[in-house]
Design a binder for this molecule. Structure first.
Ligand code: SF4
Length: 383
């Protein structure tokens, strides 16, 4: 089983902002999700492909390893190779570009990285590292599609970069680091860049002291976006206090909200509703194992009637003379499911001309959102 660091790079966004969260999380179970396992499979496929393309393994070995990996693996889907290829193509394009200017550029797959100089027991694995002409680039595959992850100001990538600098600075004179996240299922590739000097300064002045606080369970609780992935998020008092504070709103006269008051409520709504949902989920799980919450009980939710034996029902109706097209519905599967079933490339090749992306429904987003403001004229035209 993979060893997990207490102060892992992937959770650094949280413990750097809220160091005592590490101690608070200790009472909660470590759950591994199906998405994490799916990500591991995609990483393994990516690793084999890169090793083959770099000449580390033969075609025969590559084919047999891939076959072994995907046979009977229920998490494998037909679109996985297409997505993994977006990652490996991006890596290999970077290698080609680096070699064009620096013929002795090197590329390393799955490099173990140790950043324990700044973070106690800090280690991780860099998916792909390229070193050429004073610049080192770390590429990271994110297979998930739930949340878009940007490389900009990304502490996980910076910690990996620190590990890579520690590993390679004896051999190479590296002045700059580039950190790239490839998230193929969200069509997202982002890169951040900084000097090694700035990176080390960040590590010495910001990371090291906060990691020391975190490991001792000290420091100030600080609630924010990073609470989303905290195991204590449902019961944490600091988060509750922040949200209840947000809910106390001093409205000015007169008796209706003005636009800036509405904007204020909108800005608080997302975090507030996700906090409530976290508490509901937590309390329901606890209540199911006997915990009691005054004034509440667990009841059965609404449910819909369903056939117990669809085949038998069909037979009875046909026998009674009802037409098939009345009793059965036949519907084409959606585009994402079709890609999963037959592969992204096949969908594009065979069906690309029959895909359109209608304009989405208008929705509120913060002003910092990357999307263009909604244009009703364009939506009318498309519609
Ligand atoms: S929920 Fe938020 S504030 Fe509370 S411990 Fe976790 S990260 Fe810190």
């Amino acid at each position: 089983m993979a060893k997990h660091a207490v102060l892992s790079a992937s959770s650094s966004h949280r413990w750097l902002k809220c160091p005592p969260s590490v101690e608070l999380e200790k009472g909660f179970e470590n759950k591994t999700s199906i998405f994490a396992e799916e990500g591991t499979l995609a990483h393994e496929l990516g690793e084999l492909s890169l090793r083959y393309q770099l000449g580390d393994i033969t075609k025969r070995s590559y084919d047999s390893k891939v076959k072994k990996l995907i046979t009977d693996n229920e998490l494998y889907t037909n679109d996985m190779p297409d997505y993994v290829e977006i990652y490996t193509d991006t890596c290999m394009e970077k290698v080609a570009a680096a070699k064009a200017t620096t013929p002795d550029a090197i590329a390393i797959v799955e490099q173990k990285l140790d950043f324990s100089q700044w973070v106690p027991d800090g280690f991780g694995t860099g998916d792909f590292v390229i070193i050429a002409d004073g610049t080192m680039e770390i590429c990271d595959l994110k297979y998930g599609k739930g949340v878009q992850v940007s490389a900009i100001d990304n502490s996980q990538m910076r910690l990996y970069a620190l590990g890579a600098i520690t590993e390679f600075s004896f051999l190479y004179d590296i002045q700059n680091v580039k950190m790239t996240i490839i998230q193929p299922r969200l069509d997202s590739i982002s890169t951040d860049e900084m000097t090694v000097e700035d990176l080390i300064k960040w590590a010495d002045e910001y990371v090291k002291p906060r990691a020391e606080l975190a490991i001792k369970g000290e420091g100030e609780f600080c609630a924010g976006d990073h609470c989303k992935f905290c195991k204590a998020k449902a019961v944490c008092k600091a988060r509750a206090e922040k949200n209840l504070e947000l809910a106390k709103y001093e409205f000015a006269d007169p008796s209706v909200l003005d636009n800036s008051e509405i904007a204020d409520v909108l800005a608080r709504a997302k975090e507030f509703t996700s906090w409530i949902t976290d508490i509901e989920d937590f309390a329901l799980q606890k209540a199911l194992s006997g915990e009691e919450y005054p004034g509440f009980k667990v009841v059965e939710g609404r449910s819909n009637r369903k056939w117990t034996d669809e085949k038998k029902v069909g037979e009875i109706l046909i026998e009674q003379g009802f037409l098939e097209n009345i009793i059965y519905t036949k519907k084409l599967t959606g585009i994402s499911n079709m890609e999963t079933a037959i592969g992204k490339k096949e969908v594009k090749r065979l069906l690309g001309d029959f895909i359109e992306k209608p304009p989405g429904k208008p929705t509120f987003a913060p002003i910092t959102d990357k999307r263009e403001p909604y244009n009703p004229a364009k939506a009318d035209f498309m519609g």
